[in-house]
Structure formats: C-alpha cells, structure tokens
Design a protein around this ligand. Structure first.
Ligand code: FAD
Length: 318
C-alpha cells in the first residue's frame, strides 16, 4: 500500500516506521532480519531501505602500486525490499539515488521495483562521493532530486525514457522526498531550501521525510513554513537516538545540524556509551511524545542497523 494510504487509513493515529541500511557486501541478510524481528510487534506499515553511494577502494597490487576500483559497499537495496515484503508482509521502500546512476539505470531499478510490487520509492539526490567536496552527477544522471521525481512521475503516466509511451503499462509509485528542518547543508538559506522542496512536491512528490533533528521546535517551524508556501503533503519527522559520545561531534559535522544544550550536557555527564545510549533513548522518547501530541502522521526512526534502542523507544510509545 502507498505511504499516503497508510496515513489516510490510520485515521489520525501516529504510525511507527523505521529505516535500515543494507548489510556490507558479503555479510548475511540474517543479521538484518535479527534487527527487524524485534521491531515487528510495533506494526510498522513500511520500512525504508537506504542505498549507498559508490566509493573508491584501493587494492595493493604487491609491486608498490595500488589499483583503484569503484564499488558499492552496501548493495542489494531492491533485493532486500523484495525479501522484506515477502517475509514480513509490510511495504518496503527503496531509496533511489541520482548519484552514481544514469537515467537508464534508474529506469531499470524502477521497472524492477514495479514488477516486485514495490509501491513506494524515496527519491534522493545522494551525497557527494567520499573523495569529492561537492556532489557531481554522473554523465547521463540527474543533478537534483526534483529531476528524479519527474522521471518517476513520468513513469507513473507510462512515459519511459527516449519517448517510449506505454500508457497501458504505467507504474503507480508513491514518491517520498527529503526535507531539512535545519536546511540542507548546501542551501544558502532555509527559505531557499524550502522553495526547492516545493519544487519536488510540484514535480510529483507525495510525502516528505525529514532529516534528523533534536529540537522539536525546529521541526514545528519547518512544517509551518512549508505549509505557508503551499507544501500540503504529509511531513514525517525522522528521529535518530544518540548512541555514542562521538555523535556530539559527528552528527553536526556530517549532517550540519545543531544539538540542544540540554542534550549535550546529559551526554557529557555519561561515563560510558551504555549510559549515552540510555540518554539517547530517553531524549528520543521525549521528542516522540511531543511530536505525537502535535499530530505527526508517522514517527520514523533511523535505526542504523541496530534495533535495541529503537525497540526501547517504541515500547514506551506504541
Ligand atoms: P535535493 O533535493 O536535490 O537538494 C540538494 C541541494 O540542492 C539542496 O541544497 C537544495 O536546496 C539544492 N537544490 C535543489 N534543487 C536545486 C536547483 N534546481 N538549483 C539549485 N539548487 C538546488 N543519502 C544516500 O546516499 N542514501 C540514502 O539512502 C539516503 N537516504 C536519506 C533519507 C532521508 C530521509 C534524508 C533526509 C536524507 C537521505 N540521504 C541519503 C541523504 C541525501 O542524499 C543528502 O542529504 C543529499 O545531499 C541531498 O539529497 P536531496 O534528495 O535532499 O537533494
């Protein structure tokens, strides 16, 4: 079922969902199931599966030279989605990226998704590759998520690439896009970034999932500003529980977000990461309760492949 239909059918009750990352190449999918299993009792209507950017690896040739190869360390997004739908009978949502894919490759991914009965896709630009300072689209790929949304929307009307029209065999994807309560790191201002978000919605996006934030006021202001410029699709908050002390530096550095002083002080008081994990759980519960009271349609958690803290949060709420 489409995410928007799940929201409609919930009749105002806040739903629980989460995001997982594929295992590293060569690892067993059972590891993934072991982290999904404990969360199924909270009835997630959908589970998101991320897609990783490709990266360079250097292989020692033994003669003092290094061979540079390109690889995706966590492949398998669409396969994992199919297996989740089959095993758990919940909707799985593949993240589809502009970065590293030509428009043709994207079309093949979407055709696979359509055949597999996947009804939702999350359309994202992707970050720059780890050695790049700025994002660069590959030759024949999309530069911005808006263009990807337009390609998916075209497919929904039966318009394939290179003017192939198959209106009898169109897809019907529900399209999610990313939103940033503290603005995207490259955007010159929050207002400009919101205008870009509106472009994604105008191109066909059906719902928005936000970047993590730790201060609910940022989310509430973002939703208000989004509505003010005519963004009327559901906006789903993304929540990440802090899990290790290093997150105090890592999260602001990687995601360009602020952490509230009160949370920083609590984390700094912790003697070890077990205590930090507990602080993260309590903060996320507090955030989630307030968001639920404000009537958010879904509470969407970034699990980073570990379910114990998400289970503790969900147990307190659902
Ligand atoms: P866009 O919407 O294209 O925006 C990127 C930047 O360009 C913004 O600053 C925007 O303001 C600006 N912009 C947009 N359109 C234009 C235009 N026409 N002209 C000029 N500027 C413009 N990354 C992954 O690699 N894999 C994942 O699975 C993944 N999942 C994610 C899930 C969520 C919920 C979120 C919030 C992020 C996720 N990301 C993922 C990270 C995401 O790919 C990065 O944040 C990326 O840098 C931006 O992606 P976007 O889709 O928001 O890009």
């Amino acid at each position: 079922m489409k995410v928007t239909d799940h929201i409609k059918h919930s009749k105002g009750k806040t739903l629980f969902s989460f995001e997982i990352i594929p295992p590293q190449k060569g690892r067993n999918i059972q590891e993934l199931y072991n982290n999904i299993d404990p969360l199924m009792e909270f009835n997630p209507p959908f589970i998101d599966v991320t897609t990783s950017r490709e990266e360079y690896v250097y292989i020692d040739k033994g003669d003092g030279l290094l061979d540079r190869k390109i690889t995706r360390m966590r492949p398998g997004t669409v396969g994992i989605c199919a297996s989740i739908q089959h095993k758990y009978n919940v909707d799985a949502i593949p993240h589809v990226l502009c970065g590293g894919f030509t428009k043709e490759e994207t079309e093949y991914v979407l055709v696979d998704c359509h055949y597999l009965g996947i009804q939702n896709v999350m359309a994202l630009r992707g970050d720059a590759m780890s050695h790049e300072k700025y994002f660069k689209a590959c030759a024949g790929g999309h530069e911005y998520a808006t263009e990807l949304v337009a390609q998916i929307q075209n497919l929904n009307t039966g318009k394939y690439l290179h003017d192939v029209i198959e209106s009898e065999h169109k897809s019907d994807f529900c399209i999610g896009v990313a939103g940033y309560p503290e603005k995207h790191m490259e955007a010159p201002s929050l207002q400009t970034d919101l205008r870009r978000l509106k472009e994604k919605v105008d191109a066909g996006a059906d719902y928005v999932v936000t970047q993590m934030f730790f201060d609910n006021n940022k989310f509430f202001e973002f939703v208000k500003a989004a509505k003010a410029i005519g963004i009327n699709v559901p906006i789903i908050p993304g929540i990440k529980p802090i899990a290790v002390k290093r997150h105090l530096q890592l999260l602001p550095q990687v995601f360009k977000i602020d952490l509230p002083e009160e949370l920083i002080v609590e984390v700094e008081k912790c003697k070890d990461n077990k205590a930090v994990r507990q602080v993260g759980i309590e903060w996320a519960i507090k955030q989630s309760r307030e968001l639920r009271e404000a009537g958010v349609p879904v509470l969407h958690y970034y699990s980073m492949g570990k379910s114990d803290n998400i289970k503790a949060i969900a147990s307190a709420l659902f």
